[in-house]
Design a protein around this ligand. Sequence first.
Ligand SMILES: NC(=O)c1ccc[n+]([C@@H]2O[C@H](COP(=O)([O-])OP(=O)(O)OC[C@H]3O[C@@H](n4cnc5c(N)ncnc54)[C@H](O)[C@@H]3O)[C@@H](O)[C@H]2O)c1
Length: 385
Amino acid sequence: MARTIIRFGVIGCGLMGKEFASAAARWCHLTGVDFEPRITAVCDANEAASQWFRDHVPSVEAVYTDYKSLLADSAVDAIYCAVPHQLHAQIYVDIIEAGKHLLGEKPFGIDQAANRLIQDAIDRHPEVIVRCSSEFPFFPGAQQIYRWVQERKFGRIIEVEAGFWHSSDLDPTKPINWKRRIATNGEYGCMGDLGMHVLHLPMRFGWRPRSVRALLSQIVPERPDGQGGTVPCETWDNAILACEAHTEDQQFPMLLSMKRIAPGHANTWFIRIAGTAFSAEFTTKQPKQIASLPYSPGGVQAWHVADAPYKSAYGTVTGGIFEFGFPDSILQMWAAFCDELAHGDRMQQPFRCATPQEAGSSHQIFTAALESNRTGRTISIDWRS
Ligand SMILES: NC(=O)c1ccc[n+]([C@@H]2O[C@H](COP(=O)([O-])OP(=O)(O)OC[C@H]3O[C@@H](n4cnc5c(N)ncnc54)[C@H](O)[C@@H]3O)[C@@H](O)[C@H]2O)c1
């Protein structure tokens, strides 16, 4: 099958930049795709980070320390940008202005003002395809939940709970990094870090909160600075958002949680939907299981827990009996982005990556959550603005 090769530049060669390189190197895992990313250029302000790409990614032809040089490289069609949050607005806007397609990392701007600058650039350049990284909805169990929502199986929705929980910050001896400082991670704290993952499916379903009451916690006030001293750990560790979700014909409570300190949880993403006709739950804690509870009046209320087969959005060489994991979800997300670059609206399957509008909605919710926590009040969200 002839393939469209998409030449990528990577800006930010840290944790997530390497995850993309790993997904691109494993492209042979996918079947039936007629598009493929090729990382031809990379940029990191820290040369030690880009050295990893020199050592491991043979397709890399150019290495830059200034992202503007990479943007001037005509041998690059699209960019993956994975840099600290205070840099999102400037670099994303420059990428879009340079006419390069962009998969940007969440939260898509350190705050709502930064997010608006990115949105304005997108509005000026509709020819550029811009999407926000969010991989968990590509787990087969999450894809099943997506299909069940599309099929309107749940009846009247009773309530929704979604979350993303980590626990490594429970260790007070873990040194500080940019993700624990307001200047680099933003005032949103754990919401900016984890919240887009939690909101991707609810926003895709159109479950916009009309109001939010937030409880934000700062649990570990200071951390080692890595040089023998301690420094303040400024960002919110955990967030619980009680939302009143509204759709065209339904209204229900939606509890969203983003936790950096959830004992026992390494990287747990989950969604639970309770409905009068059907309930369902998927959690990456049990990545191959999906739970569902069909109900008809007077009938038995019994959870069915089934092993979800390896049934991904894009076909793979993996047998259906094997398990799906985090790197698989990254690979599937990348397939969706490259599919959209290659085919536009005629993608091979319908689930596209998170959109800038969905990322913008997350900013409205986090901004309201900060106000709620500050004032102790429930904050209304006006979706017309
Ligand atoms: N999708 C996910 O699951 C996921 C997971 C972790 C992080 N992220 C997001 O990815 C982004 C990066 O996070 P990370 O964990 O990879 O961080 P990281 O610290 O591992 O990597 C960031 C890299 O950016 C580089 N950098 C800093 N300033 C730069 C500049 N001006 N020009 C070029 N490079 C520069 C740093 O040197 C570093 O190598 C953030 O937006 C974060 O929220 C997403």
